[in-house]
Design a protein around this ligand. Structure first.
Ligand code: BJW
Ligand code: ZN
Length: 250
């Protein structure tokens, strides 16, 4: 059977101990979540750098909340796609398997993946910038466009990582550990332009991993790859899972 993956990769997977899927917005595009930098990625002509930013939020919280409320609504209405389900399904086929994601949409967990390192936060959570109290999305949807903390009146923000902010240390440390111990890394649907996440595949390769890019387009990481699959991620991941199920990788 012809495959979009090389025999070399299939052989490596057969003996792999640790496999990591490093995912970005393209992973969820087929679920209907817009990417950041594609043609569909511009919201009201703003670039993500102009909205995913603390100073932008403090200057105009209503604008930034409008963007997040629109995205929270989209994400609450979409479903994981076959690619998400296949990553969850192949988890048990390797001694160690993890997802390291830049996505904040929670779709990997909703599809059943259990070991997920979320580098940029999670849109289902919100917290008060003054006292740290957590606020559910249900509460956010029920209140004003600019939600305020019920405990202290402080400004509430989504629990996501904006430009210039550090990544959550435990998620980052876990991601570095698993990426640097990986035998194979699948870099799926990310442009690889956002630092420091984009460093992770490079660090993994330096530590000995075989890097595979699954993306419809060329990315900043393409030149660092051992193998490139130019295809929509769900199709490619379904094929990979089918190969594993059929015992063609064993
Ligand atoms: C498909 C497909 C299909 C489509 N199938 N494929 C200058 C140079 C270098 C770095 C910097 C610089 N100036 C500033 C920086 C640092 C900055 C940065 O990297 N900026 C760049 C834009 C240049 N980084 C930061 O600020 C980070 N923090 C930091 O550095 O802290 C330092 C610090 C240390 C200690 C103390 C204090 C500070 C934080 C970065 C946070 C990023 N946050 C966002 C928003 C999250 C919340 C939210 O969602 O609202 O994260 S931005 C946005 O980009 C989001 C994404 O996770 C991230 C990555 O995007 P991704 O996933 O790659 O999506 P796209 O749209 O770019 O690409 C989609 C891809 O899918 C494309 O390739 C398509 O082809 C493909 N595709 N359909 C397969 N069906
Ligand atoms: Zn508060």
């Amino acid at each position: 059977m012809s495959s979009c993956f090389s025999d070399g990769l299939l052989i490596r997977l057969a003996s792999a101990h640790t496999v990591v899927a490093f995912t970005g917005a393209g992973m969820s595009a087929e679920s209907g979540v817009p990417t950041f930098r594609g043609n569909d990625g511009i919201w009201k002509n703003f670039k993500p750098e102009e909205l995913a930013d603390l100073n932008a939020f403090l200057r105009n919280p209503a604008l930034v909340w409008e963007w997040y409320l629109a995205r929270k609504k989209i994400i609450s209405e979409v479903q994981p796609n076959p690619g998400h389900y296949d990553l969850a399904e192949i988890e048990n086929r390797f001694p160690s398997f993890a997802v390291v994601t830049q996505n904040i949409d929670n779709l990997h967990r909703r599809a059943g993946s259990t070991r997920v390192h979320e580098l940029h936060g999670n849109i289902e959570r919100n917290y008060c910038m003054k006292c740290g109290a957590l606020h559910s999305n249900a509460e956010i949807f029920a209140h004003a466009v600019v939600p305020k903390c019920r405990t202290c009146g402080g400004l509430v923000r989504p629990d996501v990582v904006w430009f210039g902010e550090p990544l959550p240390m435990d998620e980052w440390d876990g991601a570095v550990r698993v990426m640097e111990s990986a035998d194979v890394v699948l870099s799926v649907g990310t442009s690889g332009v956002v630092y420091p996440a984009s460093e992770l595949p490079v660090r993994a390769r330096r530590a000995g991993a075989y890097l595979v890019e699954i993306n419809t387009d060329t990315t900043e990481l393409t030149d660092r790859m051992d193998e490139v699959v130019r295809a929509p991620c769900s199709g490619a991941l379904v094929e990979l899972a089918d190969n594993l199920k059929a015992g063609r990788i064993a």
